[in-house]
Design a protein around this ligand. Structure first.
Ligand SMILES: [Zn+2]
Ligand SMILES: [Zn+2]
Length: 187
């Protein structure tokens, strides 16, 4: 799941907000938009997020042309812009916001076909045990490389947490103390 990083004036800590499928960017944070009419969104600055065919998050920023919104210092002249990880969104009169496509590592039911480490129409094989991952089986999608691993210690299939780091990209596999790899603090 993608998110945005915010820091209020006079604050020292960055706060992360998770993005809903449609999320309005407010001066002091974000707010999920559950329902809206056809013209209602036209006056708002909002993000539209969904997963692409590979299961990676993809987000678009929509902004009215007169809102003065910038991404990495460039004006959003067409009213819409595809966001990339760590893009900085600038707003007149408000603090900068950082976009992050990184998600926290977590165990979830394997979604099945279309996962990042499966060829078209084929089963997904766990890189640790080389066995197929069944749809619905407890699994982890590596936040660093999107590769799926089994994760079910009850059946001795804790393939994700077996090593301290992901065998593909070196992402930390600690589930109990999961932390974001990147925050605006690192800039
Ligand atoms: Zn496995
Ligand atoms: Zn990885």
């Amino acid at each position: 799941m993608s998110g945005t990083w915010h820091k209020a004036e006079h604050e020292h800590e960055w706060h992360r907000a998770e993005l809903a499928p449609v999320t309005e960017l407010l001066p002091d944070g974000v707010q999920a938009i559950e329902r809206f009419g056809g013209t209602e969104l036209a006056s708002k600055v909002f993000l539209y997020c969904r997963d692409d065919a590979d299961g990676r998050p993809a987000c678009l920023l929509f902004a009215p042309l007169d809102a003065g919104i910038t991404v990495n210092g460039e004006p959003v002249t067409t009213g819409v812009r595809v966001l990339s990880d760590r893009d900085v969104i600038g707003r007149p009169g408000s603090a900068d916001v950082y976009f992050s496509s990184e998600s926290l590592v977590r165990v979830e039911p394997f979604p099945g076909p279309g996962a990042a480490n499966s060829a078209e129409g084929e089963a997904t094989y766990c890189p640790r045990c080389r066995r197929a991952i069944d749809p619905g089986y407890p699994a982890v999608s590596c936040p660093g490389c999107s590769t799926w691993f089994h994760q079910n210690p009850e059946e001795a299939r804790d393939c994700w947490s077996f090593s301290p780091t992901c065998g593909v990209c070196q992402q930390d596999t600690d589930l109990a103390n999961a932390r974001y790899r990147w925050t605006p603090e690192s800039i």
